[in-house]
Design a protein around this ligand. Structure first.
Ligand code: GLC
Length: 589
């Protein structure tokens, strides 16, 4: 492969090389643009789809159309198409939506493999996943994209890279990118480095930390990712001790490339180089110079691509950026494209179309949901547990804003950037439907989003299931200083649990304020953001499976304790890291 890269690079013009470093948005990527600017990569940002509810075939046709533009250039170098498949192929209608990372303690490699198949089903060979952020403050709007506050869990979760890309062959050199073939995708460890450690959990802000903290908490999962052959690394918007990561040559080149020997390519975040300056794009020449010189190989421009190309071309011609830096970037990009067989198979076919949202993947997601649930309380009186619930109770109530809302249970990064409300955004099973599917036909199920206490009292329910939590959010729009349950959740808890035995299921991307309600609640379940397969919640509530999940994050008592993580000197949680009650599956004759 080395000779193929060298041979190709010897024939490439500066224009063609800079084109390889340029990633643009799908909606700009006509075949003509691809050809005229030698564009090396295209992405679908969140919500960027060929058509509403586009089918796998629609996606394949759209991606192939763009690819044909790239293949029609002088050297015919295939473009690489990337997308955020961060909890399944979440941009795509009818894809299996897995629990967000916050809830993913297990089944990680199989989820990676299933996600790869669904991404390939739409003709796409590159996923901007996994996020290996170590979220240290749940006030951060991206905390649900982080597996845990404990770097060791995050390190273990890098197994998902092997699922996405395939297992690195035993005799491989460390640090080289690896993608097994047409059923696998290139992965992306993100966001390098320290994105989960910003002050107050403020998104894209400053991570103030000493070397022990940085190399002890935020860096280790990059070692595991590189050892597993991760093909790309995405740079964080955040700063490290005041230095923007997108301009941080010491860490991108000095450490990631030179010390960790990472041989894949480094990609910027969306307009990440623009945000090197405040305000963003205030000095784009400096942004391009600082970002590319720092070691960024591919720039997710992704809108003003002509300005990027012209600016970088000028910086090279003026010898501000040496040709050696451009050659290093292009060599890395070509290495990934060759490794993953993109030159041999640039165009997608229909062979994986049936994988999108397949029943097998939905069953895997359902299993992941079951294993993600954490039982925090089970009965007000010891030895009188409420869970598992009987399936044959005559009359039960289901309440809460999140019981019958597929969008809420999927959370952000689902079909659109910020996620959505309602049951039409994609295909799945709500928690309410799951409950109805599970109870005995003789059980009467009443659903009221926010019933008043009199209604609850007057109907003499055997028990109630209250599903509340957070409405969807993504990135900075999820930053929260109060971490409260979305209204009318608190009053629903008070009205229902004050009148009948209740189990409260919390659908949230992180620990939220629960302390004021815990005493009123008989049983309490953290369901995180379970995704499309709500059946997994009912499976465990009704005892077809036992509760096994443990907290991968500390559950605080009040927000003024934050940040508070396991191992801290002052550690006074409502529920500690690693906590989780268990139940046994019910054997029913
Ligand atoms: C976003 C996110 C990043 C994502 C990228 C492309 O701003 O920070 O995680 O991969 O843009 O959607």
């Amino acid at each position: 492969m080395v000779t193929r890269i060298k041979d190709l690079m010897n024939r490439m013009t500066l224009e063609e090389k800079i084109g390889q470093m340029t990633q643009i948005e799908r909606y700009l990527a006509s075949a003509d643009v691809m050809k005229q600017y030698f564009i090396g990569s295209v992405l679908s940002g969140p919500g960027s789809v060929p058509a509403p509810k586009a089918t796998a075939e629609d996606w394949i046709n759209a991606v192939n159309e763009i690819q044909k533009g790239a293949l029609s250039t002088r050297l015919g170098i295939p473009m690489i198409y990337g997308i955020d498949a961060v909890h399944g192929h979440n941009n795509v209608y009818n894809a299996t939506i897995f629990p967000h990372n916050i809830g993913l303690g297990v089944t990680r490699q199989r989820i990676g493999a299933a996600t790869a198949l669904e991404v390939r089903a739409t003709g796409i060979p590159y996923a901007f996943a996994p996020s290996i952020a170590v979220c240290r403050d749940p006030r951060w709007g991206r905390c649900y994209e982080s597996y845990s506050e404990d770097h060791r869990i995050v390190q273990t979760m890098t197994e998902i890279i092997s699922g996405l890309q395939g297992d690195l062959p035993a005799n491989s050199l460390k640090g080289v990118p690896f993608v097994e073939g047409k059923s696998k995708v290139a992965a992306c460890a993100k966001h390098f480095v320290g994105d989960g450690g910003t002050v107050g959990g403020i998104d894209e802000n400053n991570t103030v930390i000493d070397s022990i903290g940085l190399f002890g908490i935020h860096m280790p999962a990059y070692y595991d990712s590189i050892i597993k052959g991760v093909s790309t690394v995405m740079v964080s918007y955040s700063s490290l001790n005041g230095i923007k990561m997108h301009a941080n040559r010491d860490f991108i080149t000095g450490f990631l490339k030179d010390i960790l020997n990472f041989k894949g390519f480094v990609i910027s975040d969306w307009q990440g180089i623009d945000r090197i300056t405040s305000p963003p794009h205030a000095n784009y020449t400096y942004s391009v110079q600082a970002g590319v010189s720092a070691g960024i190989d591919m720039v997710m421009v992704p809108i003003n691509y002509t300005e990027f190309i012209d600016t970088l071309t000028l910086l090279v011609k003026d010898n501000v950026i040496p040709m050696s830096r451009i050659d290093d970037a292009v060599k890395r990009i070509l290495r990934v494209k060759f490794t993953m067989g993109l030159f041999e198979n640039p165009l997608a076919d229909l062979s994986f179309v049936s994988q999108l949202g397949s029943q097998e993947h939905r069953e895997l997601a359902r299993e992941a949901v079951r294993k993600s649930l954490v039982l925090l309380k089970n009965g007000k009186i010891t030895n009188q547990p409420l869970l598992p619930l009987p399936k044959t109770a005559p009359n039960i109530l289901v309440a809460g804003s999140h019981a019958d809302n597929l969008g809420y249970q999927c959370g952000g990064w689902t079909i659109t950037w910020q996620g959505d409300t309602g049951n039409d955004l994609t295909v799945g099973t709500t928690i309410l439907s799951a409950i109805k599917n599970t109870v005995d036909p003789s059980t009467q199920v009443t659903y009221q989003q926010n019933p008043d206490a009199d209604f609850v009292k007057s109907n003499e329910f055997d028990y109630a299931i209250v599903v509340v939590g957070e409405v969807p959010y993504a990135e900075m729009q999820g930053d929260s200083s109060n971490l409260t349950i979305t209204e009318p959740g608190p009053s629903t808890i008070n009205n229902v649990c004050g009148a009948v035995k209740c189990v409260v299921v919390v659908v949230s991307g992180r620990p939220v304020v629960l302390e004021p309600y815990v005493d009123k609640i008989d049983a309490l379940v953290a369901a995180w953001l379970p995704g499309s397969e709500g059946q997994g919640v009912a499976d465990v509530l009704f005892g077809d499976y036992g509760f096994t999940g443990k907290l991968a994050r500390t559950w605080f008592k009040s927000v003024d304790q934050l940040p508070m993580n396991v191992g801290d000197r002052h550690y006074d949680p409502l529920f500690p890291f690693g906590f989780g009650l268990t139940t046994q599956p019910v054997t029913r004759n």
